[in-house]
Design a protein. Structure first.
Length: 178
C-alpha cells in the first residue's frame, strides 16, 4: 500500500519546512481531489462529502481536503494498481464510482508514469477525453476522471508549486483574521 497524506497536513509541513519541503518530497504525486464521495455500500443515495471540521482546523483548507498518494518507492516495485478494493491495489480510492481494480500506473523513468485502464474497469477520462486502451504517459497537471473521482498527477515541481500557493493563502487568511 502506498503512503497517502492529507493535503492539509502537507501544507502544514510546507509552512514548517519551507525550502526543505521539496528536498523531503522530491517525487511525483497522484492527488485524489476533494469533492463528492460515494460511500461504497449497498444503501441507495449514500453520498458524503470530503470536508474538514472547520471549527477544529481553522488554518486548513476551507472547502475540503485532498488525499495525496506518494509515487516514490512504488516506482522500484514496477507497475502499481489503483482501485476501490484494498486487495491487489497499492492506491486505494474507496469510492463506489471506482472499479475494484481501475488503473495500472507504470513508472517509465524517475518522474514519468504511464497510466492505463484495467480491462473491464469503468471508463476513465484523461483531461476530458476517453483514456485510450493502450494508455498514455502522464504529463504534469494531467487530470483523470473515474466516475465522480478526480485525480491529478503532479511532478515534484508542480506539487511544490501547488503546496506553496495554498500555504501562501493560509498565511494570508491567518494574517487577515488577526
Amino acid at each position: 500500500m502506498a503512503r497517502a497524506l492529507l493535503l492539509s497536513l502537507l501544507v502544514r509541513q510546507h509552512l514548517a519546512l519551507k525550502e526543505k519541503f521539496r528536498a523531503k518530497y522530491p517525487h511525483p504525486w497522484l492527488v485524489w481531489e476533494a469533492g463528492a464521495w460515494n460511500v461504497p455500500e449497498t444503501v441507495d443515495g449514500n453520498v458524503g462529502a470530503t470536508r474538514l471540521p472547520l471549527t477544529d482546523l481553522k488554518d486548513c483548507l476551507p472547502a475540503g481536503d485532498a488525499m495525496c498518494f506518494e509515487l516514490v518507492a512504488l516506482a522500484e516495485r514496477g507497475p502499481i494498481r489503483l482501485g476501490r478494493a484494498s486487495q491487489n491495489n497499492a492506491l486505494v480510492v474507496n469510492d463506489a464510482t471506482v472499479s475494484r481494480e481501475q488503473l495500472i500506473l507504470t513508472p517509465q523513468s524517475e518522474a514519468t508514469w504511464h497510466v492505463a485502464r484495467v480491462a473491464d474497469a469503468r471508463p476513465v477520462k484523461l483531461d476530458g477525453r476517453e483514456l485510450p486502451d493502450a494508455g498514455v504517459v502522464l504529463t504534469p497537471g494531467a487530470k483523470l476522471e473515474v466516475g465522480d473521482v478526480r485525480l491529478t498527477f503532479h511532478d515534484a515541481a508542480g506539487f511544490d508549486e501547488r503546496i506553496s500557493r495554498i500555504a501562501a493563502q493560509v498565511l494570508a487568511q491567518t494574517a487577515a483574521s488577526r
